[in-house]
Design a binder for this molecule. Structure first.
Ligand SMILES: CCCCCCCCCCCCCCCC(=O)SCCNC(=O)CCNC(=O)[C@H](O)C(C)(C)COP(=O)(O)OP(=O)(O)OC[C@H]1O[C@@H](n2cnc3c(N)ncnc32)[C@H](O)[C@@H]1OP(=O)(O)O
Length: 304
């Protein structure tokens, strides 16, 4: 029997297939999902605390469920976005087999709340104090500054980025990261989809950790301007995050010492009423001596 998917297959076990994202545009809970066995898993809506979300219910014959009540189809950004970068990778044949698609923009899986917050952050970025960071399926592809600083010469396509491993719009992580002009702070607007469920109706702690690690890691990358690795991550989970919730992970560099960058992160709801998690992390320059200095940056990225 053939494997449902194999390493290197960009579809992954529960994914809609190459280029599937953007083609179907059906949102998080309105599709019949393909599972490795070939069975289908229709999505039914389930009311959990504070959110309407989806639970997959296996049936022998999949049915198409009704659209997600919060999904929107007119989720079109009104403010100008950073244009998708031209593919300028070192090995175009290897890296450009899949056309680059910036995924840090609204799709039909984004809830109205997610779209609203995205627009708010775009408006805030209009004065240049923040910028939206494009995001792709493959973490380092098509992003010249990161390709150059992180890996130098790329000879083969990179693996898929964990956060972009689900093609179904709205089913996994939907997010856009904004980088402060100081280069010392990142904010990730994120909607946690039904595939990230842990306890019934709530996001898995590992999903929250992934969100935090990525927000912190992007901040560390921007600080280091070189390849960094997470060396330590300490998270306090303070309140469960409902599946489907829109949250903001806010990370900033606290200081750096030699090769170590010390960062903090807070995950809140968009109204800042609920603090879901707080974290501290240490990222390390992978090579060299770091910045060579000790620096503390408490103030210069405080806006917003
Ligand atoms: C412009 C921006 C665009 C952005 C565009 C975004 C693109 C999209 C990006 C998404 C962003 C995703 C971000 C994901 C980030 C991961 O998920 S990374 C994966 C998880 N992390 C890992 O796998 C790391 C595994 N660990 C390691 O590789 C190694 O242990 C490390 C951390 C590199 C350190 O190893 P090493 O360089 O050999 O260090 P070593 O010489 O042993 O020790 C040096 C010092 O560090 C200390 N140290 C070593 N390890 C540790 C530790 N774990 N904890 C604390 N201290 C330590 C030692 O005690 C020593 O201290 P001193 O004696 O000097 O005082």
């Amino acid at each position: 029997m053939s494997q449902p998917w194999e390493p290197g297959d960009t579809r992954g076990p529960l994914m809609g297939g190459r280029g599937g994202r953007g083609q179907r545009g059906l949102g998080p809970v309105i599709q019949t999902l393909n599972v490795p066995s070939g069975d289908s898993v229709p999505q039914l809506r389930h009311q959990s605390p504070g959110v309407t979300t989806a639970v997959p219910v296996p049936t022998p014959h999949g049915a198409t469920a009704a659209p997600h009540p919060t999904a929107t189809t007119d989720c079109v950004p009104t403010a100008p976005l950073t244009p998708s970068p031209v593919c300028c990778c070192v090995s175009p044949q290897a890296l450009c087999s899949v056309s680059p698609q910036d995924l840090a923009v609204p799709n039909t899986g984004w809830s109205a709340a997610m779209c609203e917050q995205f627009q708010r952050l775009l408006r805030r970025a209009a004065d240049g104090s923040w910028r939206r960071i494009p995001s792709y399926r493959r973490g380092l592809d098509y992003l010249p500054e990161v390709v150059q600083m992180a890996v130098g010469v790329v000879t083969r396509p990179g693996p898929r980025l964990f956060l972009r491993s689900v093609d179904e719009e709205g089913a996994g992580f939907e997010y856009a990261i904004f980088l402060h002009a100081s280069g010392h702070r990142t904010q990730c607007l994120c909607q946690l989809g039904p595939y990230l469920e842990g306890h019934h109706g709530f996001a898995h702690g590992g999903a929250i950790a992934t969100l935090i690690d990525s927000t912190v890691g992007t901040c560390a990358l921007a600080v280091a301007k070189a390849s960094v690795m997470t060396a330590k991550l300490s998270i306090s989970y303070l309140a469960p995050v409902p599946v489907g919730a829109v949250v903001v992970a806010d990370s900033r560099m606290e200081r750096h010492e030699g090769r170590k960058i010390f960062l903090s992160c807070h995950v809140r709801d968009t109204k800042r009423d609920t603090l879901y998690a707080e974290a501290t992390g240490e990222d390390m320059w992978c090579c060299g001596d770091g910045a060579g200095d000790t620096e503390t940056i408490p103030q210069n990225c405080a806006s917003g």
